[in-house]
Design a protein around this ligand. Structure first.
Ligand SMILES: C[S@@+](CC[C@H](N)C(=O)[O-])C[C@H]1O[C@@H](n2cnc3c(N)ncnc32)[C@H](O)[C@@H]1O
Length: 227
């Protein structure tokens, strides 16, 4: 009899340790560089409000709200992740699937996905849904397919050494750009991107080279008039 696959974010013992990813010297470096990259891409969009989809423990959600001053809402599929998030943040959190967001058209300036889009089985539908809810842009933070860290992740997964990536799809820059065009086409006015978390010893920590462990894209959208 085959076993039912349970993703890690539906497993209490894993969810309860999730925030530890951002602790210790390596976790703190990751946190600092990812936030600096996201901030640089977000600033030109000048958002006032943001919906984070796949908000997890609200690690970035609370940063968007408190550090960047955005009116922020988090959405996650997993009730366990939402329960964990409430230990860290008392802002608005909603349980929903990224493919069917319970918000009206253009409710937020920006819709963000930080290492969550990889877990979504119908990416075109999810991007169209984000485009429906977003007024001016979509922010994506991805575990880059073209990185040493993802090679390591895939090997670990192959040998059953990690519970984290069994249902994840890793995107490269060309693949995600193609998907964005397919989902949102003419609505896209510009795509800006950067990557960070290069291997130690690399001369830059953030660069427009598509090989960093964390690949971030700001997708600028043409505003659609109401009505
Ligand atoms: C790696 S965690 C990222 C959490 C947070 N954004 C961060 O970077 O710390 C991925 C999150 O995506 C959520 N998720 C997976 N599929 C989803 C879906 N279809 N709709 C909404 N959330 C989803 C999971 O429950 C999990 O909390």
């Amino acid at each position: 009899m085959s076993r039912v696959y349970v993703p890690w974010y539906q497993r209490k013992e894993i969810v309860e340790t999730y925030e530890s990813w951002y602790q210790g010297p390596e976790g703190e470096r990751m946190d600092r560089l990812e936030k600096a990259t996201l901030r640089a891409l977000l600033e030109p969009m000048q958002p006032k409000s943001l919906l984070e989809v796949g908000s997890g423990t609200a690690h970035f959600t609370r940063w968007f709200a408190s550090e960047l001053g955005l009116k922020t809402v988090g959405v996650d599929l997993s009730s366990l992740m939402l329960t964990e998030a409430r230990k860290y943040w008392d802002g608005p959190l909603v349980q929903a699937d990224a493919a069917a967001l319970p918000f009206r058209d253009r409710s937020f300036d920006v819709v963000a996905f930080i290492t969550s889009f990889e877990y979504m089985p119908d990416p075109v539908r999810v991007l169209r849904e984000a485009g429906r809810v977003a007024r001016t842009g979509i922010l994506l933070g991805l575990m880059n397919r073209w990185s040493a860290a993802t090679v390591r992740r895939r090997v670990q997964e192959l040998f059953g050494k990690t519970p984290f990536f069994g249902n994840a799809h890793f995107y490269s820059l060309p693949e995600i750009k193609k998907l964005l065009q397919r989902a949102l086409g003419d609505r896209i006015t510009e795509i800006r991107w950067q990557s960070t978390l290069f291997p130690k010893g690399f001369p830059w920590q953030t660069a427009r080279l598509p090989f960093g462990n964390f690949l971030a894209l700001a997708v600028h959208l043409r505003e659609v008039p109401h009505g």
